[in-house]
Each structure stands twice: as structure tokens, then as C-alpha cells.
Design a protein around this ligand. Sequence first.
Ligand code: SAH
Length: 451
Amino acid sequence: MVNKNDEFKLNITGYTSEGGGVGKYDGQAIFVENVAIGDEILCHIIKAKKSYAIGKALKILKPSKNRINPECEAFRMCGGCSYAHITYDEELNLKAQKVKDAFERIGGISPDFKDIIPSPAITRYRNKAQYPVKRENGILNIGFYAKKSHRVIDGGDCLLQPEEFTTITEIFRKWINENSITVYNEQIGKGLVRHIYFRKAFATGEIMVCVVINGATLPYQDSLIELLRAVNGFKTLVVNINRDNTNVVLGTQCETILGDGYITDILCGVKIKLSPLSFYQVNHDGAQLLYEKAIQYANLTGKEDILDLYCGTGTIGLTMANKVNSLIGVEIIPEAIEDAKVNAQINNITNARFICGDATLAAEKLQEEGIKPQVTILDPPRKGCAEELLKTVSEIAPERIVYVSCDPATLARDAQRLENLGYKALEVTPVDMFPRTAHVESVCLFQRTTT
Ligand code: SAH
């Protein structure tokens, strides 16, 4: 039995699904953060439970061959990256294993597991950042929440973000300090600036800057705009109003201060209009590989009608539109659906229609309409699909379902449900859209087995 404050040598032999390390001591599982399989550490127990314990690596006695020095100074404190201390190959191995484990343990099924597709870039791949702004002990911090905390760590030059985001953060620091602009204090619900939020369209270089405020108007706009004009690609400045006492970053109301209030990207050859509130994949080059895989799984001949559920701004369906007869997209956020419609227009796509609503309800309505798509795309948020939705989709009975997922656990759960509803999970390909973090995307192909 391991006790609090015990210290001993520990070999790290596995990873948890959150990316922490695991070793065994005295028959007990010991969980340790920021270690790699193959590390021998001096472990200090910080919490001891009956069946497991949590330890801290006081010292790396013998490093794993997969261990590297994190390039980022904030790695140990910041809650963003989980794998800055191991090689990218090792990260890919453990992400592939995470997907396989989820299917086998949660889903109880073993489709054909294909090799994980690496991200084309490991650094500076993100096209979006939302930095909390906080003043603590008089010091203005703009960056990231520390692990499991609401303390803000200054982002510095985060290696996952484009360099322009660092430049713009410094502009905000100067603008806030020089104009004595107040920043939000969540304890008392007072202060103006809550978050700064950036988007960059990688294909065009266009940049959107959005300031989330607890107030009605943004003061000193001209001086901010003047500073922002120096940033290459800066296209539009938007204010988002969020006056609620909440952890949710964005409010529902946006006001354009400069430019059009949106930027345009190009994904798999399709122009995509991006407004502040719409979902968009954060890794542009990775998303192209993910969508190519989805297109391959959809196995289109040009005759198919496709249903794209949880379509966001329509991206997946629109990249397939020139290979299908018709496309219906469904999405719950009105702004995203407006963008999807514009996206169809600006790409001269005339065989698509988009419906704003809850996927489960919309699918039921479409079923009543009698639609008969050969292919259905599912790309739900982390919590996966509602059970009802899977049932309705199985009754609509497409030949193939292409399921894109950012959470292997809910994908595996839904895969099992689909298997009980007359589909077989044929193969799954993990795609690493989020290098250095614990997240992994997957795309899974299901084939109908009933007639
Ligand atoms: N397929 C898109 C978006 C995927 S993210 C892309 O690749 O870009 C998941 C999307 O599901 C988000 O746009 C989110 O707004 C939407 N969503 C969340 N819950 C929903 C629901 N109940 N019904 C319909 N859409 C929903």
C-alpha cells in the first residue's frame, strides 16, 4: 500500500487517455503528469487512494528515449499542451492507441485501425486563439488559464499560434495600459475587457480580431485600430458583448467596428466565410487531410444525395458538393447556417440547402419528408450524437455513414450503438489535428448491413 509523501523509484509503463503517465508500484497504479513511457523517475506521492495514487516526478533518473526538452517555457504551468516533452512520433503512437483503446474498451468493437495521419505542422498550426485578460496584483496577464485554475499565465509567444497573434497581444497590452482600460474581474463581475479572440485564414492570410467586453461600447477605438493596422493581414475588428457572469467566452451579440466582420479562408479548394461565432476547424492544413479522408470514405460517384449533420459553416459537405447530386446541411447556430448559405453562393454551389436546427429534430423532419441520402456525415461536438439521432439516421438508412469525431470515447460509444442499429464500423483513421495537446480527431466509416 502506497502512502502520501512516500518516495520511490518508478518506471513509467503506460499513458492515460488524458496523456498522463502510469507506472505500477506495489501492485498499485501510480499516475504522474508530464512523463513518458520508458522514464525512470523519483516519484513523490501527493495523493493516495485505495486502488491508485497520484505522484509527482521529483527527478527524472533515467529519461525515456522519447523524451525531449520542451521548447516552451510555460509548458509546466500552462493547461494547453500535454506532450511538449515527448517526440512527435511517440505522441502519434499514443494518440493512435487512445483511439484503439476507446473502440475496444468502450465500444467493444475492433474495426480496421488505419495509421494515424500526422498534422502537416507541429507548431504554429492553430488558426484561432481566445486569450483571457486578467489583472492580478497589478500585473496585466493575457494568455492561458493555468492547469485546473482560473489564474492567467501570460501567453508569451505560444508556439501553437501564428506569430501575428503574439504581435496583436502586445498591441492590446499597450492599448490597455496606455489608455487605462479596465479588465474584467470575474469575482466582482466588473471591468471591461474579458478576452481577446483571433482568427487567421491560413490560405488568404486574413486576420480577424475580436474583443470580448463586459459593456456596451469599446473606448479608444481609433488608437486600437491604428495599432492593429500595422499587422500584416489584419482585416476586421469586431466587438463581442458578454455581460454574463459565466465561464462561456463569447456572448451572442457581435458588432463590427472595422471591416466586414468576417474573413475568408480556402479549404480543399472551397472558399469559406468565417464570422466570429461560427465553428471552424482550428488546424487548416490538418482539416484538409481530415476532409480528404472523409471524402474517400464517402466513396462518391456523383449520383449521391448526402446529409451533413452538425455541418457548422457547411465545410465538409461543400467540399463534396461537386461530387454529389445534392447536399443537405444541418446546424444549430444561426450565424453558422448563414455563413454556410453564403459559402454555397460564393462557390457557385447550387445543389445544397442548409437547415438551422437541432440535428435530432431536423433529421426526424427530413425523414418525414422522405429523403433518401446514400451517405450521411456526422460531425458532432465532444459529447457525440444523441441516441435518438442515431436511431433516426439508421431509419433513414444511408448506405454509408462517415462519422468525424473529436472525442474517441463518444465515437466508440456511438459506434457500438450504430452496430446495434444495423451498421458495421469498417475502418477508422485517427487524424492528428491538435499536435502537442491531448486531443485527437478520428474519422470512421460505417456500412449498412441490413437491407
Ligand atoms: N462539420 C463542421 C462542424 C463540426 S463541429 C466542420 O467540420 O467544420 C460541431 C458542430 O455541431 C458545431 O458547429 C456546433 O455548433 C454544432 N452543433 C452542436 N450541437 C448541435 C445540435 N444539437 N444540432 C445541430 N448542430 C449542433
